[in-house]
Ligand binder design. Structure first.
Ligand SMILES: [Zn+2]
Ligand SMILES: [Zn+2]
Length: 278
């Protein structure tokens, strides 16, 4: 199993970092986790298209995690030559969000149906809303969801991918909580959206200070990883984007609390699981 950080940026546009998204590959299946800005460009760079994606998982419906969801819907529809179903798994509210996205796309859908004689079907999106427990299971891959803590955004979930004994966790935006601890228990790879508290506090913007209370900071990521006994921590959704050359400082803050491997991800960083030697 491997995970590729498709987008490691924060909510603001960044020339080097796309919006929040990860690609998990396991047992011949590919899964997108979140669909932030630029997701399909980065998926193409990772060598895949929507035709190879088995399912899309959403951690929550904050705009920076779903900016390009409409692109995922349209591209998976017009990119296929036979009718297909886009499987979307997300927290309660996902069906309403998908319905609204399809309504927003309605004119475009009609124009394409009018124009292409061989396109005779509408986009079909199958939504599964999840809270806690098994979110997906097929061909040896099991995905567990658990509630996370990102108030006032509610509900939010994280995901634990399991395949042949290997475990990859894509946590999404959350502070430490019981659900996150359950996902991370014994994980080989723990991918966490993160903020660097000292760097945020140095920016004189009240709106930026607000984000500190609903994201894990580097210390909290290290503590969560240590509690779970995880093998590798992958830092993503980096708030604020690290100044070039300061990535080692981010890792060092985590390392004060966690003895395992720490990866400060760029877009398209690949981490394989399992990585443990024991
Ligand atoms: Zn969020
Ligand atoms: Zn976010």
């Amino acid at each position: 199993m491997k995970v590729t950080t498709l987008g490691t940026g924060w909510p603001l546009p960044d020339a080097a970092r796309a919006g929040a998204s990860n690609l998990v590959e396991a047992g011949g299946q590919r899964f997108l986790v979140d669909t932030g800005r630029g997701v399909l460009m980065r998926l193409a760079a990772a060598g895949a298209g929507m035709g190879q994606v088995t399912a899309v998982f959403l951690t929550h419906l904050h705009s920076d995690h779903v900016n390009d969801f409409n692109d995922v819907v349209t591209t998976s529809w017009i990119g296929q030559f036979t009718p297909g179903v886009l499987k979307v798994i997300g927290p309660t509210g996902t069906q309403r969000f998908v319905d609204a996205t399809l309504a927003m796309l309605e004119d475009d859908i009609c124009w394409r149906l009018d124009h292409h004689a061989d396109l005779t079907w509408r986009p079909e999106v199958e939504v599964t809303e999840v809270t806690d427990g098994v979110a997906f299971e097929a061909d040896g891959v099991r995905v567990l969801a658990a509630p996370t803590e990102h108030k006032p955004v509610h509900p939010t979930v994280g995901y634990r991918f399991e395949h042949e004994g290997a475990v990859v966790v894509c946590a999404g935006d959350t502070v430490p909580c019981d659900g996150l601890d359950r996902l991370c228990a014994g994980a080989d790879v723990y991918v966490q959206t993160v903020c660097r508290r000292s760097a945020v506090e140095a920016i004189p913007s009240p709106r930026l200070q607000d984000i500190l209370d609903y994201h894990s900071d580097l210390v909290q990521v290290g503590q969560t990883a240590a509690r779970g006994g995880v093998g590798t921590v992958v830092l993503t959704h980096l708030i604020p984007p690290p100044a070039p050359g300061t990535e080692a400082e981010w890792a060092a803050e985590v390392a004060e609390h966690f003895a395992g491997t720490i990866v400060v991800a760029d877009d398209l960083t690949v981490v394989e699981a399992p990585l443990r030697s024991d």
